[in-house]
Design a protein around this ligand. Sequence first.
Ligand code: ADP
Ligand code: MG
Length: 375
Amino acid sequence: MSFSELYIGLMSGTSLDGIDAALVNLTDDCVELVAFEYLPFSLEIQQKLQQLSAPNAAIFLQEYGEMDARLGCLFASAVKNLLRKKNLSANAITAIGSHGQTVYHSPLGRFPFSLQIGDPNCIAEQTGITTVADFRRRDIAAGGQGAPLVPAFHQAVFHCENETRCIVNIGGIANITVLPANENNAVIGFDTGTGNVLLNQWIQKNLGKNYDANGAWANTGKVDFSLIECLKKEPYFHALPPKSTGVDYFSLAWLETHCDLKKYLPEDVQASLCYLTAMTICDAIVKIAPETARILVCGGGVHNAYLMNLLVENAPCVVQSTADFGLHPDHVEAIAFAWLAKQTIHQKAGNLQAVTGANRSVILGGIYNSGCNSG
Ligand SMILES: Nc1ncnc2c1ncn2[C@@H]1O[C@H](COP(=O)(O)OP(=O)(O)O)[C@@H](O)[C@H]1O
Ligand SMILES: [Mg+2]
């Protein structure tokens, strides 16, 4: 029997909805969720993060630094809630893997970088648990895009030798991982483009709601194919992987530069954005992995029934939730960062070169020690 260790994964994605924290029992061949905690962001935090990650945001370094520290404290409280829930002490946990909050992702500039905030020093200090963070920049330093990083985890838990599978994560940005049946064929993973982010921003602007619950508003509109034609001209959708993107790119500003939104009913725009999300995912699968036999979906987008219907209608194969394969769709990303922390602690690589475009496999992240003297 292989050795088991407890890890905590922390994820707060580009949707800016809140912090996912997963307490996970990991062995060499098994991933078991022990507890999960969701800490929603207050409206104030959401707005500040939106300002920080807006394209060409003009911000003061003081605000940036304060938000970094403040998020670090929030991540630490999510961890403490988990420990309390399970009545565990800090020393029961081998390490935390904290993704951080991305405020800028620029993998293709002259000086590529990806910036996540949520100070891991605060997390380690306040929880007394060794914390692994800053996962993306080592891959970028090795010539990669720093994203996506979850495909190695997807491969570990969802690979099947009898069929090629595609894992679709619909967070703020949508990304896919192709897991070829034949393990000798490289895993492919990339961001397909917009996920929930435009859906959230458009409903916020028009109805003042954070998100379109169940896709109910989109359901009152209809897809406008002239709008889709304009939006699909975006070169990102046609570029070959490796590729990754962020909310600093896919934002309302992006939408406004592609079309004259005044020409359309707001609910038709919402319906069309759902269609765009579903179709960019389906197109990518048909183009890159036509042999895909099954799509497993995770991320908050699974709760948008209108979007999911479009995905099912247009997908080239059967679509299922990751829940059917043992992991609840809301938990996958946070669990992935617990798994990535384990890779780092065990001095194993976390990136897949074929996915990120890095010139070598690297051990990801910085390790912030618990500060507890074990001697
Ligand atoms: N009941 C729901 N109906 C429609 N959309 C939902 C629902 N629940 C969550 N979502 C969408 O999922 C998003 C959160 O997804 P998540 O996977 O956490 O994304 P990220 O990783 O970017 O934080 C929300 O912002 C919202 O757009
Ligand atoms: Mg989220």
